[in-house]
Design a protein around this ligand. Structure first.
Ligand code: ADP
Ligand code: MG
Length: 722
């Protein structure tokens, strides 16, 4: 049952020496139906038509769709695919696939492989098993998937199965978004429109398109699979809901950027090979702060692609880990007392000429443009800090946010010293004229020296400007980045429009008007700027004084998704209708309840069926031993510590049993609560508090009970044996 002995590499049945593929550049992207492949495989005129249709966002005619479908099918079959699937991102946050075989019977009864334009463009999975948050009545179970040609089709290999995956959106029969991709795509259009409008106002005639770019840094834990399967809590809830902290945690700080162990590196190598085949530009890999914690980060991409790719990265990490007899934990806080995992979502805006709009430029004019986009982002975060906070709310992230290792639940913006000084000078009126000299005097034209490596980088900030992008650090490690990105795109689109109106209203020289507006906006949005340590208690007090929201629990934070302010914003930008947004609120609230419920029931089971039996058996051993000693030696005074040990164990068992009884009672009571919000609150506060009390007792028992009969793998084993 137990695995106490470190297992040697050879027993782990994974291959360290694996034949390496050729140069990465030779196989990069070989498993995607890329533009290049499409160009090679489609007749010239069809390819031209496809490009036009995609660029203009038009509907595919059936001839073109059939040609593309045929080409994709031929390509996929050559790759070994037998099935195709519409790959989509339901509101659960993971991805969904329904596989269909290519086979069809001909009139003469032979089997052939066939894939039509209609099958490419639209699918009809049974939507009833996906959450809709009340959008779809149960009798209308139909949902549609529709091809998203802006993200390339790809091949997924899993064991013997090889499947062609078509990225799609997922909508209801009546056209409401049932997924995470649809609103993201709509927000991408919104930010494009608002940003182009702003660029034109500032005199830019060259850029024709603006898109959001995303670079998610993904953190995760890896433990040996044998340990994983011996822990009900890990299997069922993704985190350890019991377990005493090891004597060595991360206090030695010897893990971060340390050399990567052979087994882990082999795993990383395999992951990257798969990602490269899928055209996912995995760039950096390193150890993270906690033992057994790691990070993988890609080169940034256009938002829709980056969001799809992050889902694939998470899936690939999990799949490949299993082939190395490892288990990958994506939970935000798999181990109490040890750093949790997040996802730093780097966000910026780029135009079709390759310019990063959050990159300070070389000319004063460029820098006015930079300052306008910077200001718009600051204003957006200040106006909608509550929505941003809500976008990262989940049961898992509750354990992380505000836990002195992750950003706090208070959203603020960090700009770094140089930029703060420049904004202060503008605010104080040190620069009042937008002529070249004034701006040069300020050092604005030298803005490119704002390197991301400048010493004033603040690791504690939830939303930091890091040289040429913002880094949103509150996103949970297991979370889809689609919704946080959707929120960012939408709120910045709104701010850009507001700033554009103000600049226009001022009239006169546009650079001057922009500078004047920036000046006013710095004053108005100062509260959100914070340069200090986000972990200190004083910040919480200061933030409250500034009126910044501080919703510590997700059940409170989520409510900010259905305020009038939020409903109007998303509706106005065509990103989510009020019904669609409310449905997201319900889905997430329900998920929160379910997650905590599963954990609570698992805790109760583990304590009753594993912890208490082990403790009772240890109690018996101690009691029998004391009795035996007394028989031989009489009631010697040296037995006192042993009797005290016994008393402690008896006491702890009794306390634990009582608390578990309370938990059962509370869970029964929770079942009767009809109101979802009340239920979420009950689970988040009452049940969680009781779970923490039980854990404290159980973890204390772990401290006393014989290691040999402790029924589940302990922290030191899981975190340090690899
Ligand atoms: P770290 O924050 O760990 O020090 P970096 O600052 O190098 O690492 O950030 C790395 C991440 O930022 C990468 O995923 C990278 O792709 C992303 N990134 C860089 N530039 C941009 C950009 N313009 N837009 C979005 N993401 C970007
Ligand atoms: Mg980072």
């Amino acid at each position: 049952m137990k695995i106490k002995d470190p297992i040697t590499a050879s027993e782990r049945n994974y291959s360290i020496v694996k034949e390496k593929k050729v140069q990465v550049s030779q196989y990069y992207g070989e498993d995607i139906f890329s533009t290049k492949i499409m160009m090679e495989r489609l007749p010239k005129d069809v390819f031209k038509r496809v490009t036009e249709i995609v660029n203009e966002g038009r509907k595919f005619d059936s001839d073109t769709a059939n040609s593309v479908a045929h080409a994709i099918k031929e390509w996929a079959i050559e790759k070994g695919a037998t099935h195709y699937c519409h790959w989509f991102q339901p509101m659960t946050g993971s991805t969904a696939e329904k596989h269909d075989s290519f086979i069809e019977f001909t009139d003469s009864g032979d089997v052939i492989e066939r894939f039509t334009g209609k099958q490419l463009i639209q699918g009809e999975p049974d939507a009833s098993s996906f959450p809709s948050g009340g959008l779809r009545s149960t009798f209308e179970a139909r949902g549609y998937t529709a091809w998203d040609p802006t993200s390339p089709a790809f091949i997924i290999r899993n064991g013997l199965g090889t499947t062609l995956c078509i990225p799609t959106i997922f909508i209801s029969y009546t056209g409401e978004a049932l997924d995470k991709k649809t609103p993201l795509l709509r927000s991408i259009s919104a930010i494009n429109k608002s940003a182009i409008n702003m660029l034109r106002l500032l005199g830019n005639r060259e850029s024709n398109k603006v898109f959001a770019t995303l670079g998610p840094e993904q953190e995760y834990f890896l433990i040996d699979q044998d340990y994983y399967y011996k822990r009900q809590d890990l299997v069922l809830s993704g985190r350890t809901i019991l377990g005493a902290a090891p004597p060595k945690g991360q206090q030695l700080e010897d893990q971060y950027f340390g050399s990567i162990k052979e087994r882990i590196l082999s795993f990383m190598h395999d992951v990257e090979e798969d990602l490269y085949k899928l055209g996912i530009p995995a760039k950096t890999r390193h150890n993270e702060v906690a033992p057994s914690q790691f990070e993988i980060a890609p080169i940034f991409e256009e938002a829709n692609l980056a969001a799809d790719h992050n889902q694939l990265v998470m899936d690939t990490l999990k799949r490949v880990a299993a082939t190395h007899r490892l288990r990958l934990l994506l939970h935000e806080k798999p181990f109490a007392g040890i750093n949790g995992s997040g996802k730093h979502v780097n966000w910026s805006l780029a135009d079709d000429l390759g310019n990063n709009l959050l990159n300070p430029g070389k000319t004063p004019h460029d820098n006015i443009q930079f300052l306008v986009f910077l200001m718009a982002t600051i204003k957006a975060v200040n106006t909608h800090a509550d929505i941003l906070r809500a976008s990262v709310a989940s049961a898992g992230n509750d354990h992380r946010l505000g836990a002195n290792e992750a950003p706090p639940a208070i959203i603020s913006v960090f700009l770094g010293e140089q930029l703060t000084e420049i904004l202060e000078n503008i605010e104080k009126g040190k620069v009042t004229k937008a002529n070249d000299n004034a701006i040069i005097d300020l050092g604005i034209s030298k803005l490119p020296v704002l390197s991301k490596d400048s010493t004033d980088r603040n690791r504690t900030s939830p939303f930091a400007f890091t040289g040429n992008k913002f880094e949103f650090r509150a996103v949970g490690s297991s979370q889809s980045i689609s919704f946080p990105a959707t929120v960012l795109n939408t709120i910045v689109a709104e701010s850009l429009d507001i700033l554009a109106d103000k600049i226009r209203a001022k009239g006169g020289n546009v650079s001057q008007a922009a500078l004047d507006v920036i000046k006013e906006e710095i004053k108005a949005n100062k509260a959100i700027l914070y340069m200090g340590d986000n972990y200190v208690k004083e910040w919480e007090i200061e933030a409250e004084r500034r009126g910044l929201p501080n919703k510590k629990t997700s059940c409170k934070a989520l409510k900010d998704l259905k305020t009038d302010k939020a409903l109007r914003l998303f509706d106005r930008y065509g990103v989510l209708t009020p019904e669609e947004l409310k449905s997201r609120y319900h889905v997430r609230l329900e998920k929160l309840i379910k997650d905590i419920d599963i954990e609570a029931v698992t805790l109760s089971n583990m304590v009753q069926n594993q912890i208490i039996p082990a403790a009772v058996s240890y109690q018996k051993t101690v009691a029998q031993s004391i009795k035996a000693v007394i028989e031989v030696m009489g009631d010697a005074k040296e037995l006192k510590p042993q009797k005290e040990l016994l008393k402690t164990v008896v006491g702890l068992i009794s306390d634990t049993q009582k608390l578990v009884g309370d938990l059962e009672a509370k869970l029964a009571k929770a079942k009767a609560i009809r109101d979802e919000e009340k239920k979420a609150e009950y689970f988040s506060v009452d049940i969680r508090k009781l779970m923490a009390d039980i854990r404290e007792k159980a973890d204390t028992l772990e401290h006393y009970v014989d290691n040999e009969c402790w029924p589940i793998p302990q922290y030191w084993e899981m975190l340090f044996i690899s």
